[in-house]
Ligand binder design. Structure first.
Ligand SMILES: [Zn+2]
Length: 210
């Protein structure tokens, strides 16, 4: 064995080690294509999945045109909610948050989704979809029927809001669909329904206080 022969296995091991370290460092985050999970236990049990992409997608827009996040509840069940929001040409949302803590992104934030419609909200009027990011929370509550929102689902909503904040690079105000006055007729939707902690989201951007 010559001197160079002795060196070769060491060089090879070094190369393998470096390659492994590089591969590990460049592994994509398992959590998402958009943003990363919050540190700590606050998003434990939640999962971020891109797709299926919605049929109902509008124009591309600038992030600077986005002025709010609009929270909804579906008044439905997960399978039906996913089917409707992904297949309808007229109804969609950027995110659907399921009771098991899974977040599905159905529309890119950079495109308009169809969840708000025409009306008035906080000084904005007309077709409000263009300036809003829509989050549908899958929950069957409706007037006279109150179904609790599981903790893991609310953690997932917290996580979506963090993802949106990170993507936009700023924090836009959070609204509930029921705060919007709808055109024509000036009527209001009633969602998010039931015990959804809308006030906490508006104040703290998550379902619990500090
Ligand atoms: Zn709604």
């Amino acid at each position: 064995m010559s001197r160079s022969d002795k060196k070769r296995p060491i060089a090879l091991l070094l190369a393998i080690g470096l390659a492994a370290a590089f591969a590990y460092a460049t592994l994509p985050s398992p959590s998402s294509n958009e943003g990363t999970a919050q540190k700590g236990n606050s998003t434990a049990g939640t999962r971020f999945v891109v797709g299926p992409m919605a049929r109902g997608q509008g124009d591309y827009r600038r992030f600077s045109d986005i002025w709010g996040i609009l929270l909804h509840s579906t008044q439905g069940v997960p399978s039906g909610d996913l089917r409707l929001l992904s297949r309808s040409p007229k109804l969609s949302a950027h995110f659907l948050v399921l009771p098991n803590g899974t977040i599905r992104q159905l529309v890119p934030i950079a495109r308009v989704a169809f969840h708000a419609g025409r009306g008035e909200l906080d000084g904005h009027s007309g077709n409000l979809n263009a300036g809003l990011v829509g989050i549908e929370v899958s929950n069957p509550s409706k007037r006279g029927r109150n179904v609790p929102y599981p903790e893991v689902q609310l953690k997932a909503v917290d996580r979506v809001i963090k993802i949106i904040d990170d993507r936009l690079g700023r924090q836009v105000p959070i609204y509930g669909h029921k705060e919007m006055i709808r055109y024509p007729g000036g009527w209001r939707k009633t969602d998010p329904e039931g015990d959804f902690p809308l006030k906490a989201y508006k104040r703290y951007r998550r379902h619990t206080g500090p």
